[in-house]
Design a protein around this ligand. Sequence first.
Ligand code: NAP
Length: 254
Amino acid sequence: MDIAEALPSRFEGQTIVIVGASSGIGAATAAIVAREGGRVVGVARRPDVLELAIKSLPGSGHLPLALDATDPAAVTQALASLPDTHKSINGAVFCAGPHLLRPLRITTAQHYADMFKQHVLSVTNFVPGLTKLAAEGTSLVLVSSAARFRGGSAAGAYIAAKSAMVGLVRAWACELAPKIRVNSVSPGVVRSAMGDRLLTTVGPKGAEEIERRHLLGIGRPEQVAPAIAFLLSDQANWITGVDLPVDGGFAIQA
Ligand SMILES: NC(=O)c1ccc[n+]([C@@H]2O[C@H](COP(=O)([O-])OP(=O)(O)OC[C@H]3O[C@@H](n4cnc5c(N)ncnc54)[C@H](OP(=O)(O)O)[C@@H]3O)[C@@H](O)[C@H]2O)c1
């Protein structure tokens, strides 16, 4: 059998919105969706980087949407001006938003608000509009973080925002069933632009400690994306409201 025939095509004819498609976990997820026949609507702020990432995807019909997901007007306008070919949505993945390492004593209300803007509003800006475009069986996948299971010094604002995402998952899973499923994944540290920044910021000792806490070592975006693709796909059609750790054993360590 031809190797291409042996590959699954879980997203054939589907349109999947990926917020954060130009880098890291989002780009790795976009690659799977495109390889398996889906059309990717890729969202990120930097148009040139996004354009390149979308052009590199296999298949056809992919669409770059350069916008800031924290800007509600930009999101509303972009969803309203989707071409007819992309107006029926089968899934969406939310994986934008930075880390913040900042001790409690110097974390201000503005820092907390900014983390919520980046991780929560970047999702809530999309979801009401997306539900209007959602086909039967649509799947939403939010990317939280395994940091929320174990805590971590200087990470309060980030962890609070990532925990809030999981609250949304449960609330929306109830509200949107049976037409739309809503789940999340909680990754451990992976070597993406964001992960590399974190590992550099904590220095060699800190990085060693983070690595030690991952039983299977630091991960790669390509090790998280298959879990997202599974939750997006019809293979997970009886799964809603769950958060799946994809963290190399980080969360279970004492
Ligand atoms: N990396 C890790 O170790 C790790 C661990 C646990 C959880 N996570 C979570 O996983 C998600 C993805 O992280 P990653 O490591 O893949 O990050 P990454 O490599 O830095 O990629 C982030 C992506 O999001 C886009 N983006 C950022 N802010 C945006 C905004 N306001 N509007 C639209 N697009 C935006 C970026 O493009 P532009 O900059 O051009 O906008 C880029 O495409 C994040 O939510 C992160 O918190 C990451």
